[in-house]
Design a protein around this ligand. Sequence first.
Ligand code: GDP
Ligand code: IMO
Ligand code: MG
Length: 429
Amino acid sequence: MGNFVVIGTQWGDEGKGKIVDLLAEFADYVVRFQGGNNAGHTMVVNGEQFISHLVPSGIIQNKVCFIGNGLVVDPEVLVSEINYLISKGVKVTPDHLRISEKAQVIMPYHKSLDHAREARKGDMKIGTTGRGIGPCYEDKASRVGIRFLELLNPERFAETVRTVLHEKNFQLKNYFGVDEVDPESVIKEYMGYADILAPYIADTSVEIMMGIMAGKNVLFEGAQGTHLDIDHGTYPFVTSSSCVSGNACCGSGVGPKDITGVIGIVKAYTTRVGAGPFPTELLDETGDYIQEKGAEFGATTGRRRRCGWLDMVILNNAGRLNGLTGIVITKMDVLGGLETLKICTGYEYNGKIMETFPADLDVLAQCKPIYEEHPGWEEDISKITRFKDLPLNAKRYVQRVEELSRVPVDIVSVGPGREETIVINNPFA
Ligand code: GDP
Ligand code: IMO
Ligand code: MG
């Protein structure tokens, strides 16, 4: 038992939602600590699919879920997600969902600016999700952001919106040449969300800590992935929050001494949505095979995900940055049917071998992956629930990842369903 952080080791969409849902059975609290509705986490329970963008994936297991101070939250999306979950029979009440009073509120002008900036960048665009994430984090850092706390204070909220919009509207109209945002209609709309969300808003840092002191187990649910991290990712092709495990503390208001372990989610191959370098990307029929078999379309934007081989330079970078204590390999079933599998063990750059991930994207763009080859397997492994029953070559692939990463593999996922899972070691046990 203890408190575990689940994070993505690659560029997001590793299957964090599925694993958080699975492990939530053993937790009391599930806490999101960064990002916003740029995330799309998928859970499949008894054949029924649930996608969450803001509400922690533990909600399906009827756990107490927290939206931490580190998030940027679009209240319109949150309200519709609560309604969506309720319509699917999930219990979402202020007893099950708590929102930090310090979480930042995504405003309509954040979304307008996100779209306008991307349009202006043309070919150089980042390929953001267009949800206003970057502009909202910018305002937080510039100290002109609006927190949930302000939503509860109508006068202060209205005053801030009017003041901030002086500058934002000038920029929207005169620099980007797009529509201005009317402050009065925004104030009215957002006061409607405030009425609905008020009972959920709390000092979540205190509530989580009271739970920990009472012996509750906490699962911290990361969004995005290590290589989309604002500091450590492929900057500027990253998101605007810190996605590494250390931010579980800052983004939820919990100290590091209360973290027991860090579980890194590793897709058995690599995917990426949006622009930016991707050394092991497959632009051939093998890439198409993985994309189709893995149904690699974004859960948030529906965009086709770029696919490539597993990259150990990336995984080892994530191992160090997050202090991984365990790994979960997901989507192993997708690799079935490929005669030969490749794992990238290093990069060749300027005739030299590089085993660490470069910060300079010009260097990264010139890195050539060095591959080792492994024989694949033909069998459908999606019904296998014990490691020893996997085909020999699948076992060897898992063991090789463990050897190369020097982190134990705790779980292997062989299908989207909760039960399509091989648990080797339950971290909560
Ligand atoms: P997240 O953002 O990390 O939570 O991942 P997403 O939900 O965006 O993308 C992962 C996709 O893979 C979802 O459609 C999951 O239902 C699916 N998935 C998760 N684990 C497995 C697995 O082991 N096998 C297969 N075939 N699909 C999986
Ligand atoms: P989950 O939690 C994959 C990517 C976008 C874009 C970049 C910046 O489902 O793994 P943003 O809208 O955040 O400013 O976009 O980050 N991105 C993700 N890619 N999975 C995600 O979340 C992502 N969230 C953001 O595609 O390249
Ligand atoms: Mg996703």
